[in-house]
Design a protein around this ligand. Structure first.
Ligand code: HEC
Length: 194
């Protein structure tokens, strides 16, 4: 009888510990997500601002260089804080930005959500996944919709000179003829957890 009681208590303690562990995991996930959300917002704002400045100063030809160079430069800053941040898409301009399996599934989910009428500005996805060596990895993605300023280089009415430069650099460019409000791609963030 006594041993049954002790066993009962032990099982209860086990459940309590599991619940505490779970709550801690959820809190850590929320914390990582807030961080990642902020990083992707900053990234997005800096990129947009630089693009607009370059377009105003030298037109889209000047801005092509911004889209190529600024994103990796900002990424270097975040790498110092342990955040790997980049951009990816299903319809790619630069094949080097190709999504991995997890990213492809999330992007497909974003497409489905937008087709159902969800606001692309609001779409994000995050979770902890098991890393290669048994470590935990935090992953985050935030959808990037096509906005008005993006159309000069990703829309259907691209000027011949811009078209020519794009064709030179990106012979397999799929990121054209996009409509405003469609999914352009996503910011993607990875952090290896200690
Ligand atoms: C002046 C031309 C230009 C404009 C304007 C522009 N882009 Fe791009 N975009 C590019 C180029 C060039 C690349 C390829 C960059 C590279 O080589 O990594 C690119 C790549 C991207 C990528 C990375 C995925 C891929 O296909 O390689 C995303 C995401 C993206 N652009 C989103 C946007 C959004 C959102 C806007 C509007 C706010 C925008 N772009 C406006 C030229 C432009």
């Amino acid at each position: 009888m006594r041993s049954v009681f002790i066993m009962g208590v032990l099982i209860l303690i086990g459940f309590a510990l599991l619940a505490i562990g779970n709550a801690a995991e959820q809190a850590s996930l929320r914390h990582q997500a807030e961080n990642a959300r902020k990083a992707s917002q900053d990234f997005s704002q800096t990129l947009k601002a630089q693009l607009l400045v370059a377009i105003r100063a030298g037109g889209p030809m000047e801005a092509i260089a911004v889209c190529q160079q600024i994103a990796p430069q900002i990424a270097v800053q975040y790498a110092k804080e342990g955040l790997q941040i980049s951009r990816t898409a299903l319809k790619l301009r630069n094949p080097a930005n190709a999504p991995d399996e997890w990213e492809r599934a999330v992007l497909t989910g974003f497409e489905t959500a937008i087709a159902k009428g969800d606001d692309p500005q609001m779409l994000e996805r995050f979770e902890f996944i098991a890393g290669k060596d048994g470590n935990k990895t935090f992953r985050y993605m935030k959808a990037i919709p096509v906005g008005q300023p993006c159309l000069v280089c990703h829309g259907s009415d691209i000027s011949p000179s811009v078209r020519e430069v794009l064709a030179q650099h990106y012979p397999e460019d799929q990121a054209i003829n996009l409509e405003q409000g469609a999914l352009r791609g996503a910011f993607t963030i990875t952090r290896d957890m200690p």
